[in-house]
Design a protein around this ligand. Sequence first.
Ligand SMILES: NC(=O)c1ccc[n+]([C@@H]2O[C@H](COP(=O)([O-])OP(=O)(O)OC[C@H]3O[C@@H](n4cnc5c(N)ncnc54)[C@H](O)[C@@H]3O)[C@@H](O)[C@H]2O)c1
Length: 308
Amino acid sequence: MGSVVITGGAGFIGHNLGLFLKERGHTVTLVDTLERASPLALERLRRAGLPVIRADVRNRAAVAYVARGADLVVHAAAYVSVEESVEKPELYMENNVLGALSVARACLESGVPLLYFSSASVYGEPQRLPIDESHPTKPLSPYGLSKLFGEQILELYRGQGLKYTIFRLFNVYGPGQTSSYAGVVTRFIERALAGEKLTIYGDGTQTRDFVHVTDVARAVELVLEKGASGEVFNIASGKPTTINELALLVRKLACPDCGVEYQPPRPGDIKHSYADISKARKTLGFEPKIGLEDGLRDLILLARAKQW
Ligand SMILES: NC(=O)c1ccc[n+]([C@@H]2O[C@H](COP(=O)([O-])OP(=O)(O)OC[C@H]3O[C@@H](n4cnc5c(N)ncnc54)[C@H](O)[C@@H]3O)[C@@H](O)[C@H]2O)c1
């Protein structure tokens, strides 16, 4: 069993990861400013007896102190809204880039391996599909650029002995996503349960790659077992789903009578995005287990019970 520190541990992915690893018998320490934690995440952590250490990851001494003796630091703390990053690029650079720098240096000082949560947004407009890890990186937003800078910071410190692994996460969904920054899955379910039309930007034929947060947590456990390798992995389902298909599934499961309304495409939205996950399959033994329909069904049940 390992000892894992999770930054952004009160956020959507961080708290689900913390709950998953604790249940699997690992020792978990969560660090977060709580600034963007969802109330549901905090409630689920409270019920599980998992406290959150309130600290900003840009405070390197605090991260180094918490990381001492751990087997892995998972750096999930970041600001995550593409739209907000376009409005406030300085905020994203300050928080995400300096956060990654601070965590990288704290891990180097304390000799603890680092797993960095990067994003599919580092690829920008796909030049080929599915997207593998050797695809060129050309982010289209300050958010994507801030995540790429984070990756490059780790590469810089590799020379000084930093041990790390990078996950490029695609569209992660699951319980505890806050609606203000939530992705399309949460927004569709909220609308469907309110009996409202689902809004699709563009014609709905655009594809995304939806991966359940529990599958992401399984991938993290594989890194904990196998050790940090200095490599980059796409973590996704490896399957394209059109937004029309997603809307159809959500309607079928939550509100068959709900209609769909089409709005003009949002500027900067890419048309297609889905991952080649063969590297994670081969190297880590990663295999996504939760199909989209099953994941959505569970989420809708939780939402109906007001526990998502
Ligand atoms: N959700 C996705 O689909 C997705 C996709 C690709 C990558 N990612 C990456 O995964 C990570 C987690 O994303 P999420 O969806 O859980 O976001 P989230 O907003 O739910 O969680 C992020 C957490 O980080 C905390 N935080 C932000 N800045 C901090 C700082 N300076 N110090 C300490 N805590 C801080 C926030 O309070 C929040 O609780 C992020 O790094 C994000 O870039 C997420």
